[in-house]
Design a protein around this ligand. Sequence first.
Ligand SMILES: *Cc1c(COP(=O)(O)O)cnc(C)c1O
Length: 227
Amino acid sequence: MTTSVNEFAARRNEILKRIAMAAESAGRDPSSVTLTGVSKKQPDSRIRAALAAGHRVFGENRVQEAQGRWAERRSDFPDLELRLIGPLQTNKAEAAVALFDVIETLDRIKLAGALKKAMEKLGRQPRLYVQVNTGEEDQKAGIAPPAVADFLKQMREDYGFKIEGLMCIPPVEDPAGPHFALLADLAAANGIEKLSMGMSGDFETAVKFGATSVRVGSALFGERPTA
Ligand SMILES: *Cc1c(COP(=O)(O)O)cnc(C)c1O
């Protein structure tokens, strides 16, 4: 369960190399892709190894778990970037605005209202991504593709939000490529620059389709302990 700094650094370098190769083969600049290390449920020894190896961008899917792991550490690592990649309940909006630098899962009007209120209260403006349900799955969060343009317009006009990017989690049973392509098309059609897509199993495909950040958990830290 412990991971040495060297072990982590080796895995990270390998993933960065694969990202760079995928970017180059797509005619993209490798430095245009950020590696978000998904640290959810990982033991603290692995987080310490990651920090010691110089990794600074982390993704979490639960506000409360992230607070426990990161709130106190923030002051020791001023260059940390914390990204919320899991569903956000409105009653956790204020805690999320207080902790995260990027919220990738804006997916409904009610949440936009709660975030706006929290941002005004705290004087803090995390960068925002809209989650898109590219597979139109009932159980999955996100705006359905045909509704994306209207939702983005509402975010701009009614909430004054500058949406930085779009994020998606393709259905597990589908090839991911078409979902990544759809997300890239939606971003281009709406003047959005950033794309958060791709996980341990498909980040190279995501980079080929234009991902500007990939969310890699198990391939970077090791399998998440089940317990
Ligand atoms: C857990 C998670 C990941 C990372 O998954 P891995 O397969 O471990 O890389 C990426 N994105 C989201 C939204 C997640 O919840």
